[in-house]
Design a protein around this ligand. Structure first.
Ligand SMILES: [Zn+2]
Length: 276
């Protein structure tokens, strides 16, 4: 910018023509005046400032957005952590409950010799072990104990059922054996003690299971036999191997003869002969 001699009109730098102070361009040549150049420079600076400001705003916005994202990420992580903790706690409780049930059922199954209880115990023990493995915890001692007792209970049951089947088979065989022997022996008019005892044994074997009174077929054929025509009274003593010394244990048997001898009644106190 040129000023011709302090306070006078300013001159255009291109054509030296004076111009009215405050003009942006020279009215002669159209060139930018010093004032105009200043305006333009300030405008350019303002634009630069504005750009800088805008960039600053954008950076600030990006920073805030990044912070926002980070906060959301942390909250999500915290939420997931709490969910996981709750899940683990629930799983731990379930594992504890399964282990408890397994132990109870295994003990019950073993002492009642009831195999469904042992099976429930084994299933619960398996579940507890699985839950513990999932949670990365060691299997509880009681789960191992329940598993052992569960298998013991099952084995015991198999033994008992097997033994029962064997006893049943033996009894059937004995019945057939006695029936074969008695087919001739029981027809004699004079009853002998051996035949009377075999008749009683067969009678008790056949009655097992369909009599409410707990008769036992183990007796000693050591008592007397009295016969009076078509009636006979046999006295026996309870066998030492009889595990249940109950009152109803057989001590007398009354036998009667039609075409063959048969057991009419058994018991401690029965009416049979006129004069026993
Ligand atoms: Zn000019």
């Amino acid at each position: 910018m040129k000023d011709n001699g302090g306070g006078g009109q300013p001159q255009c730098e291109s054509c030296n023509a004076p111009y009215v102070s405050g003009s942006v361009v020279c009215s002669y040549c159209g060139a930018l005046t010093a004032f105009g150049a200043g305006l333009q420079q300030r405008a350019a600076l303002r634009a630069e400032d504005a750009l800088e400001h805008k960039a600053e705003q954008q950076r600030e916005q990006e920073r805030q957005e990044a912070e926002e994202r980070e906060r959301a990420r942390q909250e999500a992580a915290e939420f997931a952590r709490r969910q996981e903790a709750m899940r683990r706690e629930r799983q731990g409780e379930e594992e504890e409950r399964s282990a408890r049930h397994a132990l109870r059922f295994s003990i019950a199954g073993l002492f009642c010799a009831c195999f469904p209880l042992s099976i429930v115990a084994l299933v619960q023990a398996k579940r507890a072990a699985r839950l513990a493995a999932e949670a990365g915890m060691p299997t509880r001692t009681r789960v191992a104990v329940a598993t052992t007792l569960g298998w013991l209970g099952l084995a015991l049951n198999v033994c008992i059922l097997g033994a029962g089947a064997v006893v049943h088979h033996q009894e059937n065989q004995r019945q057939e054996e006695l029936a074969a022997k008695l087919s001739t022996g029981a027809a004699q008019e004079k009853l002998d003690r051996q035949t009377a005892c075999e008749l009683l044994e067969l009678h008790l074997l056949k009655r097992r299971g369909d009599d409410t009174r707990p008769f036992h077929h183990n007796f000693n054929c050591d008592g007397s036999l009295q016969q009076d025509g078509k009636l006979a009274l046999l006295r026996v003593s309870r066998s030492a191997s009889d595990p249940i010394p109950h009152k109803q244990a057989v001590s007398y048997a009354c036998l009667e003869r039609d075409s063959a001898w048969w057991v009419r009644a058994v018991g401690d106190d029965i009416k049979c002969l006129q004069t026993p």
